[in-house]
Write a protein that binds this ligand. Structure first.
Ligand SMILES: Cc1ncc(COP(=O)(O)O)c(C=O)c1O
Length: 331
């Protein structure tokens, strides 16, 4: 394994690339967050939350165990960043989290506590119980376990206010729309607050999945609790668009075929929402967040017939902008 200290210096400053526009009235740009060292946008939030907790003296190296209820990218980021900074991480995950994801967490050095699916389903209505379970472990061992609590931690918002937002503004000052998915709302509110401070006319579009969805990382706010972080700044969101699993998966396939981009399901949902927005505009420049790439989603894409095994391998090998990283050293 590489030097983990070095990896932390590579959080942020991800590429923002032009996509083929759906019509000649708009321009589309995607910010490719899988260029972060542990493979997703969550590296930003997790690094900021660790640094904030260290500053507040909450963490003790060699003693504190970081515990977090998570089924995806936050867990991978916590595993990697805890290791880089010298902490132990335990991740509470539902049993049905994909083997790919659990293996990545373990490879980065975290313990993975598997819970029954009915206590902690991967996505969907009862995700909140996962949080309750982690909280009860903390209560039983006060002082030993610390939860960064991405759903209410202001450092999650600040990560995007201080890094993602300025990076987008720095590369495109005349953008008109920002489109991103909602999990904790950290990305959406952090970037929105920064962009609107620079230009109050920028429109912010939040993307939600359907109920009982299969889009890891995103949240349907009718069936899942609204995260505290989002509630604090809900007024920054100008429009919400709901995307079905089918539409998101169609977009994943379209991006592989037409743009040679190998994206994760939440990027598909964001792209599908941007198409809807673009269709109604007479002029615009849209920036989209592509939160992670498709490499850890074979079992999902197989289950929902997004790709055959041959297609998955083909698009993977022919993808643009897909660097090797600590999670995937092979193409
Ligand atoms: C793949 C993916 N997309 C989007 C998001 C949403 O990010 P946020 O928590 O900042 O709302 C996440 C968060 O976990 C994610 O994993």
């Amino acid at each position: 394994m590489q030097n983990f200290d070095e990896l932390l210096k590579r959080v942020g400053n991800t590429p923002q690339i032009p996509l083929s526009p759906p019509n000649n009235r708009v321009e589309l740009y995607a910010k490719l967050e899988w260029f972060n060292p542990f493979g997703s946008i969550k590296d930003r939030a997790v690094l900021w939350m660790f640094k904030d907790a260290e500053k507040k003296g909450i963490l003790r190296k060699g003693h504190t165990i970081l515990i977090e209820p998570t089924s995806g990218n936050t867990g991978i980021a916590i595993a990697g960043i805890a290791r880089a900074l010298g902490y132990t991480a335990e991740l509470v995950v539902p049993a049905k989290v994909s083997e790919e994801t659990k293996a990545l967490m373990r490879r980065l050095g975290a313990s993975v506590l598997e819970t029954e699916d009915d206590l902690c389903p991967r996505v969907g209505p009862d995700t909140d119980q996962c949080i309750a379970l982690a909280k009860s472990i903390i209560k039983a061992r006060p002082g030993k376990y610390v939860m960064l609590d991405q759903y209410s931690n202001e450092a999650n918002f600040l990560a995007h206010y201080e890094s993602t937002g300025p990076e987008i503004w720095g590369s495109l000052k005349d953008l008109t729309h920002f489109v991103a998915g909602v999990g904790t709302g950290g990305t959406l509110t952090g970037v929105a607050a920064y962009l609107k401070k620079k230009n109050p006319n920028v429109k912010v579009i939040g993307v939600q999945p359907q109920k009982s969805h299969h889009i890891q990382g995103l949240r349907n706010l009718e069936e899942s609790m609204m995260p505290e972080l989002l509630r604090r700044r809900l007024d920054l969101i100008d429009e919400w668009i709901k995307i079905t699993d089918n539409k998101a998966f169609e977009a994943v396939r379209f991006l592989a075929e037409s743009e040679h981009l190998f994206v994760g399901p939440s990027s598909g949902a964001v792209y599908a929402a941007a198409q809807e927005v673009a269709g109604g505009l007479s002029k615009g420049k849209l920036v989209l967040i592509f939160a992670d790439d498709g490499r850890k989603y074979w079992s999902l894409y197989n289950k929902f017939k997004v790709f055959t095994k041959e297609d998955f391998e083909y698009y993977l090998h022919n993808a643009r902008y897909l660097p090797k990283n600590i999670l995937f050293s092979e193409r």
